[in-house]
Design a protein around this ligand. Structure first.
Ligand SMILES: NC(=O)C1=CN([C@@H]2O[C@H](COP(=O)(O)OP(=O)(O)OC[C@H]3O[C@@H](n4cnc5c(N)ncnc54)[C@H](OP(=O)(O)O)[C@@H]3O)[C@@H](O)[C@H]2O)C=CC1
Ligand SMILES: O=C(O)C1=N[C@H](C(=O)O)C[C@H](O)C1
Length: 316
């Protein structure tokens, strides 16, 4: 095991760290067949169907009996293609058609829910357009200006569910960390935190989930400089050092947080390791069903997160 450690990397001191990912990573994919609480069907528009998450979510929507609106968008203007998901051919439009197409969708499918899995630099412009057109949306895409994202929804009084993490069991872990920080503020003052995250090479930004967990550690009294986060995107390192199974190099999210006391006599490790994307796709569909219900009941809260979804009984 020790030989897995490349000499140039800065690693914490435990052997557990070196075995990172070997024991917890390869969870079996969830069955996407069953619907959540109650059986519903309504239209879903997945923005970003050309991408990995967009496609996974569109497939999960079909498996859960939702009606896939046959349009999606790309950042590229000259994209003439369709993508087949189940029996539906989804037409991909370029950015200049976005507003007209979405406006027609809003007219034709008044109870549509938009699911956004695009790119960090599209988060704010997409959200503003959904808000302008009154389209309720689930924002799974990470990054962008998150404050502005919330402000756009608040100002427009639109409905949205926003979460950088849709995997319900991971959401439950983050919730636990949040409660931990609230219950014991400052309990780990003087401790030192190291964070490592590994994702497929195509991931553009830093893990949004890691940022949320780090905020909890900060409440526990452990300051952290985000620039120190070790981001692994190199497939060779992922195989050799992190222990990502080869078949998941193109789609995984491994996170490790290592806490050490100032005199090195005490240490803690927390990990959440996901292989594949089914956990997010399934959680996203639960999020869409939840949001649809909130819109239909004209709920006053309007902006939700995945903890809200778990608290209403979608944890399974
Ligand atoms: N909340 C959660 O649980 C999860 C969140 N994510 C997040 O989802 C996002 C997407 O991840 P992933 O699918 O892996 O990334 P991919 O790179 O596989 O896909 C992103 C897709 O977005 C498309 N895209 C980019 N800009 C736009 C735009 N303006 N309008 C429409 N489409 C656009 C790109 O297509 P094209 O080149 O054709 O424009 C690309 O195919 C990331 O932010 C990621 O962090 C991922 C997993 C789980
Ligand atoms: O891009 C991904 O893949 C993931 N993104 C989310 C994040 O940035 O937290 C969730 C998960 O890590 C997968």
């Amino acid at each position: 095991m020790l030989s897995l450690r490349p000499p140039h990397t800065t690693f914490p001191r435990t052997s557990q760290w070196l075995r990172w990912g070997r024991q917890g990573g390869a969870a079996a994919p969830h069955c996407l067949g069953a619907t959540g609480p109650g059986s519903v069907s309504f239209p879903i528009l997945v923005n970003g169907c050309t991408g990995n998450m967009g496609l996974s979510v569109a497939e999960a929507a079909v498996l859960r009996g939702l009606h896939l609106v046959p349009v999606s968008f790309s950042s590229r203007e000259k994209v003439k293609r369709t993508i087949q998901v189940g029996q539906t051919d989804i037409r991909i439009y370029g950015p200049s058609a976005r507003e007209d197409v979405l406006s027609s969708v809003a007219d034709e499918f008044p109870d549509v829910i938009v699911l956004d899995y695009t790119a960090p630099d599209s988060v704010n412009s997409n959200a503003e357009l959904y808000c302008k057109l009154g389209l309720p949306f689930v924002m799974g895409t990470t990054g962008g200006n998150r404050q502005l994202l919330y402000k756009s929804v608040q100002d427009s009084k639109n409905y949205a569910l926003i979460s950088p993490q849709m995997g319900k069991q991971v959401v439950a872990f983050v919730a636990l960390m949040r409660i931990f920080g609230e219950q014991f503020p400052g309990a780990y003052s003087g401790y030192h935190l190291e964070v490592l995250e590994s994702h497929q090479a195509s991931k553009k930004d830093t893990s949004g989930t890691a940022k949320d967990v780090i905020a909890c550690f900060e409440k526990l009294g452990v300051p952290y400089d985000m620039n120190k986060m070790v981001k692994i995107r190199d497939p060779e390192q992922q195989l050799e050092m992190v222990g990502v199974p080869e078949e998941h190099i193109e789609g995984h999210a491994f996170h490790l947080y290592h806490l050490t006391s100032s005199d090195d006599s005490v240490s803690f490790e927390f990990q959440h390791n996901v292989c594949g994307r089914s956990i997010y796709a399934e959680g996203t569909i639960d999020a869409a069903i939840f949001l649809h219900r909130k819109v239909q009941s004209k709920d006053s809260k309007r902006i939700y997160n995945m903890e809200d979804v778990l608290r209403e009984g979608y944890m399974r």
